[in-house]
Design a protein around this ligand. Structure first.
Ligand SMILES: NC(=O)c1ccc[n+]([C@@H]2O[C@H](COP(=O)([O-])OP(=O)(O)OC[C@H]3O[C@@H](n4cnc5c(N)ncnc54)[C@H](OP(=O)(O)O)[C@@H]3O)[C@@H](O)[C@H]2O)c1
Length: 293
């Protein structure tokens, strides 16, 4: 059997646009496979593996950054007009490079409200929120770009340093309950690992331009919060019902409670054979506990 892991070597150079939570985790993971990975930031820093890119200020990477690039991952949200920042600023540069693969982190928000029902890649997008319409527009820009694009639709991302545990510790959490409300989630390590799995096994798997990366067990927010308090050994405060809580929520916080969907990972985990590291929030939060201060 061919060792497909050998396909990723120091000959592969990844540019990760948007070295935030997921982008940075991905870069660290792909470096462990022996690849070069540079991440973008909007501000100058001391990290030699970081470069500056700011589409709003038109601060573009130097030509040398693109030398030898084989793969790109974009983790930057749409701009206020629904344009993709990377394509808007760099498409003319990228189309002239010998790129093997480009990944784009999108959101499952493009599916809109499914009233708690399962939704898969076979369902047509039906964005409800304006930000999801902007996102769908970016997906279309990438699909129409003639670049070798693969889009990953993600639900709520959490992981070490950014999870319910930090929200509880920093007292930033509101213990809100809404009847029958379900959220899907994904641990940041599974985003990186699933993408690496798909790149490594590209030659033997069917190609799918759009793939959900979500865990196996969508569930209510209150379930996750309850487990978080248990892990931290703290007493959970009184539950506030959504109808009562919503008057104190910001419009953006309220908007997350309007949509209710269970995101299917069957394409990734059954058809394409990816094995989740953290199949549910309990396993994921147990991992996050290790890094909690
Ligand atoms: N967070 C979630 O739960 C969630 C769920 C589903 C999908 N998503 C989407 O998945 C992607 C990754 O999410 P994340 O939470 O890991 O992202 P994140 O931590 O918020 O990082 C976003 C990155 O984009 C960069 N960026 C933003 N605007 C930019 C611009 N105009 N020009 C250049 N760079 C810009 C930021 O630069 P700086 O480093 O300089 O700030 C940052 O590195 C995002 O598109 C996000 O919208 C997020």
């Amino acid at each position: 059997m061919i060792d497909l892991t050998s396909q990723l070597t120091s000959k592969n150079k990844f540019l990760v646009f948007g070295g935030g939570f997921s982008g940075d985790y991905f870069a660290k993971s792909i470096r462990k496979k022996g690849c070069i990975a540079l991440t973008s930031s909007r501000s100058v820093n001391n990290d030699p593996q970081s470069f500056v890119f700011d589409s709003e200020k038109n601060e573009l990477p130097k030509d040398s950054i693109f030398e030898g690039v084989t793969h790109i991952l974009s983790c930057i949200p749409p701009d206020k007009n629904g344009r993709d920042p990377v394509l808007k600023s760099l498409k003319n540069k990228i189309i002239n490079l010998p790129i093997k693969w480009i990944g784009y982190l999108s959101t499952t928000g493009v599916y809109g409200n499914t009233y708690g029902n399962w939704v898969s890649e076979e369902d047509l997008p039906n964005p409800f929120q304006e930000r999801s319409q902007r996102r769908l527009n970016c997906e279309k820009e990438w699909i129409n770009s003639n670049l070798p694009i693969q889009i990953f639709r993600l639900p709520g991302i959490y992981g070490p340093g950014r999870s319910t545990l930090e929200s509880i510790k920093n007292k930033k959490i509101k213990v809100i309950h809404k009847e029958n409300q379900i959220f899907s989630r994904i641990h940041v390590a599974d985003i990186a690992n699933a993408i690496i799995y798909l790149i490594q096994n590209k030659s033997k798997l069917d190609f799918h331009p759009i793939i959900n990366i979500a865990d196996d067990e969508p569930c209510s927010q209150i379930e996750v919060i309850r487990y978080g308090y248990k892990l931290l050994g703290l007493k959970m405060p009184k539950i506030i019902l959504f109808e009562e809580a919503k008057k104190d929520l910001s419009p953006i916080a309220q908007s997350f409670w309007i949509e209710n969907r269970r995101v299917s990972n069957k394409l990734l985990c059954e058809k394409l054979g990816y094995k989740l590291i953290y199949k549910n929030y309990k396993e994921g939060l147990n991992n996050c506990l290790v890094s909690i201060k």
